[in-house]
Design a protein around this ligand. Structure first.
Ligand code: NAP
Length: 427
């Protein structure tokens, strides 16, 4: 009979409670797959209300996460507290003690994942964090295990479900604040939704993807980040007039001059692009590499069961590795040059409001753009009177910034109602 492995679960919130329930309900299945029983021995949770619906016979329960990590009967720590502190320090302590560790914590992994990887002890089982990006989508496993011989050129992803929901509500005509309140009511957005709205959440996940796909040791402060604040229902109406929607798109792209990392609200063709029809908590990651070509992974990027699916899978993999005296391999990462906003390129969409009463304002606006160095690919009349939509070709962000400055100057032929990146339809 294989020996039992003791689990310490830190946090019994949305994801932690689902993991505790599954450990109890599917103990046999998990034991069979991981090579022996996985026994929940410690549970640390500071909110007693969270424990009421759980069956915790034989489990030592308390509010002290440090004590759970230090307990002598624990082999693997599952961290589901969220936030940077104390989660990061607890994981480091667990790994330093030679324990295996599983986490869903994108903030900790994006900022300190390489340090934690270095703290893994031989034979411990290692460190796994599939749920940190895209919850149920096995995107890290795919990048780690299935593209080992490929060179990944780019990743284009929608990895934040909250902003999908809010942008969808804006499409239906809701104002921004109402759309955010609705997302909160339905449990998509947290009480403080700024991590989602301002793109921090997507930037953290993008850094983890860049690590696994490109071996890049990068941190969220290197991502050119803009969230979805300031986007109005009129923008979504205009996007619809162009056969498109707006989504918060995270991109990592290799170029000769380095890696470009962006999280930006983006005009996405619908139909025509697989990121265009994502709704609710659905996430998708499009990977382009030299040998495999284009791969698309799509699935539930949030929710208790979706995240628990990834956590349990990690737990099985780490437990099996520990029983076999191995660790789960993590891809190596090295610092890479990251292009700043000045040097990077984008294809953009501009909604211009032409200055009233000026004959030929559209032509003047076009000239302003060209003088700033912006390549204009197409202009069309906007959905509202006096507006014009401009789609640029590949243009440096510096040229775009010069054009925006020119439009802000007195006597400019047009004012800028909105501007954002855009994606081309995929052939
Ligand atoms: N929810 C999802 O869909 C999802 C998907 C993928 C990944 N994740 C990740 O999974 C992790 C957990 O998310 P969640 O949604 O389950 O969060 P959650 O519902 O807020 O659960 C966290 C629980 O841990 C407790 N806690 C926090 N710090 C503690 C401490 N120092 N000692 C003891 N208890 C503590 C919290 O108590 P209080 O309520 O008192 O703070 C809460 O009950 C996060 O890293 C998140 O990013 C979540």
């Amino acid at each position: 009979m294989a020996t039992e492995l003791g689990i310490a679960l830190l946090g019994a919130g949305t994801v932690g409670a689902a993991v505790a329930r599954e450990l109890d309900a599917h103990a046999d299945r998990l034991a069979q797959r991981s090579g022996g029983p996985l026994v929940l021995r410690r549970l640390a949770e500071r909110d007693p209300a969270r424990l009421r619906a759980l069956r915790l016979d034989g489990v030592t329960v308390g509010d002290d996460a440090e004590a759970a990590v230090a307990a002598p009967d624990v082999d693997i720590v599952v961290e589901l507290l969220g936030g940077l502190n104390p989660a990061g320090a607890l994981l480091e302590t667990a790994l330093g003690r030679g324990l295996g560790a599983v986490t869903a914590n994108k903030a900790v992994i994006a900022t300190g994942g390489r340090r934690l990887a270095a703290a893994v002890r031989p034979g411990s089982g290692g460190l796994a964090f599939e749920a940190a990006v895209g919850a149920a989508m096995p995107v890290l496993a795919m990048l780690r295990d299935s593209l080992r011989g490929d060179e990944v050129h780019s990743i284009t992803a929608v990895i934040n479900g909250t902003t999908n929901h809010i942008l969808r509500r804006l499409e239906e005509g809701d104002g921004f604040d109402r759309a955010v309140a609705d997302a909160q009511q339905r449990g998509f957005a947290e009480a403080d939704p700024s991590s989602d709205l301002d793109g921090h959440d997507a930037a953290q996940k993008l850094c983890i993807l860049a690590w696994f796909a490109m071996g890049a040791d990068v941190t969220p402060d290197q991502v050119q980040r803009r969230g979805i604040r300031g986007i109005e229902p009129e923008d979504l109406r205009a996007a619809s007039g162009l056969g498109s929607v707006v989504r918060l798109v995270a991109r990592a792209e290799r170029s000769g001059a380095g890696l470009e990392l962006t999280v930006q609200p983006t005009l996405v063709p619908r139909p025509g692009h697989p990121l265009g029809d994502l709704e609710g908590a659905d996430n998708a990651v499009l990977v382009e590499s030299d040998l495999a070509g284009r791969l698309l992974l799509r699935g539930r990027g949030a929710g208790a069961d979706a995240a628990a699916s990834a956590v349990l899978s990690d737990l099985v993999v780490v437990a099996r590795a520990r029983r076999e005296g191995r660790v789960l391999p993590l891809p190596p990462a090295a610092p890479v040059p990251v292009r700043d906003a000045e040097a990077s390129m984008s294809e953009a969409w501009l909604r211009l409001r032409l200055a009233g009463g000026k004959g030929g304002a559209a032509g003047d606006a076009r000239r302003t753009l060209q003088q700033a160095g912006v390549t204009v690919e197409r202009t069309t009349a906007g959905v509202d009177e006096g507006e014009v939509e401009v789609l640029t070709g590949p243009t440096s962000r510096a040229a775009l910034a010069r054009a925006l400055e020119a439009f802000h100057a007195a006597g400019a032929p047009a004012s800028v109602a909105q501007t954002m990146d855009r994606l081309e339809p995929l052939a």
